[in-house]
Design a protein around this ligand. Structure first.
Ligand SMILES: [Zn+2]
Length: 88
């Protein structure tokens, strides 16, 4: 399917994120960064690149707008788990 999603390797957070644990600081780093977890470029203030974001179910996408301290961390962790399942 998504043959364009190449080089899905660099995932520094993924191990803890898989357990649903993202600290507020890590969440801030995610939002500041211009790199998506998949290694692609993303816009700062967005959690993921458009490709990854587009793969997420609507429920998770909406929760990514909750803001840090308001549920973003949990939504982000859940999204990473979902993306890893999708990417394999
Ligand atoms: Zn991505």
């Amino acid at each position: 399917m998504s043959a364009g999603a190449s080089a899905v390797r660099a995932r520094p957070l993924s191990r803890r994120v898989a357990a649903g644990v993202v600290t507020r600081h890590e969440a801030q780093q995610v939002l500041i960064s211009d790199r998506c977890l998949c290694g692609a470029e993303k816009r700062p203030k967005k959690a993921f690149c458009t490709n990854c974001y587009g793969l997420l179910p609507a429920g998770l996408r909406n929760r990514l707008y909750l803001g840090i301290g308001n549920g973003f961390e949990q939504a982000y962790a859940g999204s990473v788990v979902e993306l890893e399942r999708i990417h394999g």
